[in-house]
Ligand binder design. Sequence first.
Ligand code: MSP
Length: 596
Amino acid sequence: MGSRSLMSRVLRSSMGMTILPSSSIFLTIPVAFMSRPPFPRFSGPQGRVHTSFILDNKRSFQAYNYRNERKRMSRKFYLFLHRKEKMNKSFYVTTPIYYVNDMPHIGTAYTTVAADALARYHRLKGEEVFFLTGTDEHGQHVARAAERHGVSPQEWADRMVVHFTEVWKRLNISNDYFIRTTDPKHVEVARKFIQLLYDKGDIYLDTYEGWYCVPDESFWLPSQLVDGKCPQCGREVEMVQEENYFFRLSAYADRLLSHIESHPEFVQPEIRRNEVISFIKQGLTDQSISRKTITWGIPLPFDESQVMYVWFDALLNYISAIDYGLDEERFRRTWPADVHLIGKEILRFHAIVWPAMLMAADLPLPRQVFAHGWLTVEGEKMSKSKGNVISPHELIDEYGVDAYRYYFLREFSFGYDGNFSRENMTGRYNADLANSLGNMVSRVLAMVERYRGGTVPEPSDREEEPDVALRESAARVFPEVDRSMERLAFNEALQAIWNFLAAINRYVDETAAWDLAKDPTLSRRLDTVLYNMVEAVRLTALLVVPFLPATGEGIWRRLGFADPIHAHHLPEAAAWGLFPPGQRVSKGEPLFPRKK
Ligand code: MSP
């Protein structure tokens, strides 16, 4: 291939361009205003930055015409400008911060893995992302756990936090920051925030008398108890009677209700939204936000004899992590959060108390609070007493990291409860990962090795029916994934990708490269078939990478790309026909060896 033609292919590839029926056209578009162009940049006359597209008609095996191309270009520019606009603010996603009284388990990992897939997905779309997770280290039950182990709460937190950071590292969690509520920065921000509310008259001193659930760190009215126990976790509650500071939550009830009613996306899924609405309609009472008899917490700046209620402290992690009150510019670039992912049991804190706190401080509200369901294990609630708490390590050792991530995202509908079972996980592993994905990638790459010595051939100009079906399936998959991810329907996004994998597997069977290879007159057809299969594998790598990062990267390497997969963004990189012919691929080790 001549250097000119190689150059034009590279440029064409990076644009997702295919063919024009006219002869070569050279056009330049000023992009001085673009901060991160997805296109190659060249210095034009007077040193201005230009993006250059060389469009030629050398190859026209795709059935696009000039008008479609123009439409596609303007769509690309629309998407690009839209992205540019969105890039001014990071996509901000959070997990709850986890208590350090216990080890991480598959329940805590569920939210974190989901948040990670979402963060990675937005990065794949070229967006700036800020993904936050961390640990909740104050409060009575952390203090009691420390006491039981004969160490100070701080020592206990320092010891426990490692279990979280380690398991997240192992699960390939790509958080941009890890917050601990004992961080001096967090403490400073929390004190500033509560002082602000105190100065505005939203905090007052009164006497609290009622029940307290230490494991949940929650106050309950006598009427809320169920059989005298915590209505949430069913454990014993303790009587608390002390002088506390209260936050005027009730003053925000009307504003809160009207916000939730006029912003259907604010609390999701719908069932949780309805729950919150009816809870507010029953009337909100002011919230105790300090404790007098506890010492393990952040002292109140206006009364050092009391510490901040652990929930008030914890919720503030979402703004302390991004420098609220410390670096205004940084804070504005990231806040409000796009989505707080939480478990359904902590919905009221996030959908009622937190927004009211933000309103009191005149801060914008998060775009969405999404409460997912709870996982049970082999039909039972996980609990220490039952001895059925599963550590993520156990399953990672058995199935591997990506299989772990895949299973939890694919098997359950994110907003609803789900039941974990080993049998089910093994079934999914073998059918979806070992077969549909792993086997398919191996088969395709092995055929390129066998029939073309590992070099991906140039396809011919003739497109046959199975080629059209495959290309059309490829064109459908990204928009489908995108729509599902917008609704946080991880399982549906994966279902759409696996439908595409089914289409690839069908293509492999229907085109039967092994038969074409026997007849030298069909050599050009074999070239096209091999090219299309490899191109579909390239799209597969990009589509799976937010969910199964190591697998996406592994496929990318097998495809012979020198640059990292993360340098490519959707939707541009999902355009059909970008795989550079002539590139060498290798089958490598099996991605998911079958399990018994
Ligand atoms: N520290 C508070 C959250 C403060 S956020 C400002 C807390 N921590 S926690 O350690 O109890 O973690 C709670 C979160 O773990 C839940 O919201 C949920 O995301 C996750 N899960 C814990 N057990 C779970 C299951 N069995 N199933 C699914 N997720 C659950 O509450």
